[in-house]
Design a protein around this ligand. Structure first.
Ligand SMILES: *Cc1c(COP(=O)(O)O)cnc(C)c1O
Length: 221
């Protein structure tokens, strides 16, 4: 077994069966993705539109492409025909564009709303009030070519495990609150995307349904 296949097997052996492993392949060559593919991996995460579209053209059609990085409105059109799940939706403006491109492509595009849970400053991710405002906007209710499938978040970059756990727990609580208030009868709203190479064990303990690991599969970047 090559390293990549072995790493995937090792991570999977620690994951509950219902947790999805998204292999974050950003900056890695197509040959590395192919090794993961041959080991049975189908969900791949990229953070740049151009890199994702170029790789998608060179790799098998049954790969599920996950956009995990900040997405600019003017680039949505390039991934709208094929993207499987956009994890990084953090504004009504972006959602509006995804809905528009979904319509053009005859698709309902699955999205996660990215929440800001880390203590570090970041331009990305919403707080709870922004999330509420989005979900309660008249415009949101009228979008038919997007599906909100859950929430995504990133914990602080720190060795302090209790802090990371606290942040994941906060996101998990938010997920359950949002589910019960806005998506109780919507079975599509069920994903909680949290956990990376350094913290996915804690994330899974705190209720993650989808982890995004790169370096623990493909090595450092
Ligand atoms: C790069 C990245 C990951 C994967 O990080 P690793 O530490 O390599 O596992 C996960 N999520 C997002 C949003 C990323 O940008």
């Amino acid at each position: 077994m090559n390293n990549i296949a072995a790493n995937i097997a090792a991570i999977k052996s620690q994951l509950p069966e219902e947790v999805t492993l998204v292999a974050v392949s950003k900056t890695k060559p197509v040959s590395d993705l192919l090794l993961a593919y041959e080991a049975g991996q189908r969900a791949f995460g990229e953070n740049k539109v151009q890199e994702m579209t170029e790789k998608a053209q060179q790799l098998p059609d049954d790969i599920q492409w996950h956009m995990i990085g900040h997405l600019q409105t003017n680039k949505v059109k390039y991934i709208a025909p094929f993207v499987h799940l956009i994890h990084s939706v953090d504004s009504l403006k972006l959602l509006r564009e995804i809905d528009k491109e979904g319509k053009k492509n005859g698709r309902v595009i699955a999205c996660l709303l990215q929440m800001h849970i880390a203590s570090e400053e970041s331009k990305f991710g919403m707080d709870f009030n922004e999330l509420k405002e989005l979900l309660e906007s008249r415009e949101f209710v009228e979008m038919h070519n997007i599906s909100i499938n859950g929430l995504m978040g990133m914990a602080s970059f720190t060795d302090d495990e209790s802090k990371v756990r606290e942040e994941f727990r906060e996101l998990s609580n938010m997920f359950h609150t949002v589910k019960s208030h806005y998506f109780r009868f919507n079975s599509a709203f069920r994903e909680l995307s949290m956990g990376m190479s350094g913290d996915y064990g804690i994330a899974v303990e705190e209720g993650s349904t989808m982890i995004r690991t790169g370096s623990s599969i493909f090595g450092g970047r």
